[in-house]
Design a protein around this ligand. Sequence first.
Ligand code: FES
Ligand code: FES
Length: 883
Amino acid sequence: MTELADAPIADPHADGAAGASVSFDVNGTPVSVRRSHPHLLAALREELDITSPKDGCSPSGQCGCCTVLIDGKAVVSCQYDLDKAEGKSIVTLEGVDEAERDAFANAFAACGGLQCGFCIPGIVMRAKAQIDKKGDSLTRAGMAPHLGAHLCRCTGYVKILDAIEAVAHGETFVPALSNEVGGSGAKYEAAPLTLGDRGYIDDIRIPGMLHAALHLTDHARADIESIDTSAARAAPGVEAVFTADDLPGSLRVGLIHKDWPVMIPVGGRTSYAGDVIAVVVADTRDHARAAAVLVDVTYEVHTPNTDARAALSDNAALSVWGTDSNVLSTSAYTRGDAFDAAFEASAFTVHETFHTQRIEHAFLEPESTLAVPSGSGGARTLHVYSGGQGVWDDRNDIAAVLDVDPARITVELVSNGGAFGGKEDMSNQAQAALAAWLLERPVKCTLSREESLRMHAKRHPIELEYWAGCDAEGRLTALKVRGIGDSGAYASVGMKVLERAAGHACGPYRWPSLDIETIAVRTNNLVCGAFRGFGANQAQFAMEGVLDRLAEQVGISGWEMRKRNVIRSGDEWGPGQLMDDGAGGAEVCLDTIKPAYDAAIASGKAVGLGLGLKNSGLGNGFREVSKAVVHFLPAVGDAVGRIEVRHGWTEMGQGVHTVALQVAAQELGVAPERIDVIVDTTRELGFGQTTGSRGTLMAAGSVTEACAAALVGGCEVGVDYEGEYVVDWTQKLGDPSVLNPTIHSAFSYAAQMVVVDPESGAIEKVVAVHDVGKAVNPMLVEGQIEGSVHMGLGYALSEDFPTDPETGFPTNMTLRSLGILRAKDVPEIEVQIVEVPQPRSPFGIKGVGEIGLVPTAPAVAAALHAVDGQWRTSLPMRRRDPD
Ligand code: FES
Ligand code: FES
């Protein structure tokens, strides 16, 4: 039941006798702030409303997003005590000289130095401090070590360093948007993103807004015997505490299965470390978080299932409350000759088991939701600002939780600070919505980094056992794969990830005999779901490893082995899909990388090669729809009328807004500066999640159609010209009645080569050749690939997110402990884009986001094998302690 706050007890954050305030200068203006803020960042953001410093990990000081200048030195403000700030001079991006702001904004826009933008304001402040000190002697090599205090999960740092060096050297740019498909114009909103002026959800302030904080479970598998909220209710500033008893409607939500409880009630059972027990709402975030700790829960603790294989055994206890099996899904198919006979008849065979690790997305912006009610009684509505990847799924689940007509809920997408798949499931949207609905007040809930690490779905650890054969000339004969993925507790899209791993298990190769099965297992580990690559990364690490082992037996190079077996147009692939002309991209990637491959080997380097494919879109029989609207506004005075392009896809740094803009400018023949790109969540323009590399091609398709409608209709002011793009010709994986199922409408392809110094073992260079069908904006595509390679190198070498086998809780709870590569550790990355058009796709687009790191880990493994002769079977390959 709703428990409203009663008489307050002592405020743990009350200002003491030492003085209630601290005084300092901010951007040249003297200010006084409450001493009770936990650090300088909180004072800047929460009291002074200075929001260019972003909060990615406070108070741990490990992401650099909150960097400001204090007496001219770059400092992470979330680690800076307010006491120390007394009398200091503090500069944020808001206070930087206008010409200098322009120089940074123009350089980052022109160089493509940003994607989601969340990390950039902090990096700009660090760069300013270095440029102030070193002037035009600052080089990218000199700057890279100073970025050790910063994380960027999107860019791979390459173009960030380009931009900083350009500013240091006084280069001037006049960045412009592009008016055509294929133009390397600036990213849409590049300047406000660089300067921290384009707000994320946590930057939004609403009068009367309250703050919510969550109380998470202490145990991954435990019965809830009681929940005592009295101490929390009595804590300073607390307005209310809500538990599952307060839910008017559905307890459970979920993208595919409704199995994920919004909160665990008394009498219920927890299933993973991210389960929510209570929501505390208070006047400030600090008060809400302090009070959330005071919620007192009594548990009967049970042993969690933390081993996926053990959870599959017949007598294993059920992992997840409310389910009837630990098998979430099985994806299986066979094709061609009987496997056993084909394997037996092979000249060379390999049998190997590979293990991949759990990975955290580490998007720099922790999840944040703001819910704003309006109206009253039966007319009451709720506007929810969400950074998620699928506003319609969010809306429907929130409506079910509140037990109201979905028409009363609007979920407005706010472009987020990175997602990579990790914001597909709801995190705190339902809890924030519940609190706002019941209190009839705006409520914001922003997760701490620790809560974010525990709550959202991760990349699956998968065990993959491969049996593979080839003939004496290296032509592949037979492949059998058995995969077990630890999907964690709730379904999320785990069954689809393992389905994709099955579909991609054979790589971009021709196989006469296939026998594939993957199982997604429910455990009490962290939930696993969507993450860039979506099962293909894991499968390709194994597949490419097997191919290299076979090549060694045959006595041919890794490149030659791939050349002899690569799929081509007309081939049967995977479960039997007849590949279209787009498949030619795989061989073009191989041929394009050949000169660099030969040259690196000839120079005595240790070289590894990986080839990969990744579907774009959901496929597997799903009907995918994207709509867009073009709307002309009247001229104002002498100014020509602006043009709105409205779509429903999530901008999370990947550039879907820029794609929409360039397509519209080209199709309408107008200047791109006239166009405003708007995510319109007041009508159903999108269909489902922004996932699977489909945003670009589906947004391009629907905007093209909307522009065509506008041109036919005369581009009248005030008319909504709607366009629709539909993919409805795919078929399900594993349906024996369909001989040649088209499980995916499009694939992108990539070959990557890793060059290692054979003496030191250091990775010197990565060459990434990607077939994207059509690069709508080659500069942004290049940036996406550089960022993917950075992520792929981390996946290969150092990233890990293990859980304690005794508890199911993560053992690393800081950003630094994740093993993400810092700027100084990123080798040279050379990107080459090839364009083999995808039939039936707008402009021939294939997509780029997900293929990015599919070939990276196997290429690293092959290069390291070339150094020491050791075959690697597990990721990461060079785990090291956090520095
Ligand atoms: S928010 Fe301060 S370093 Fe991350
Ligand atoms: S642009 Fe750096 S984290 Fe997204």
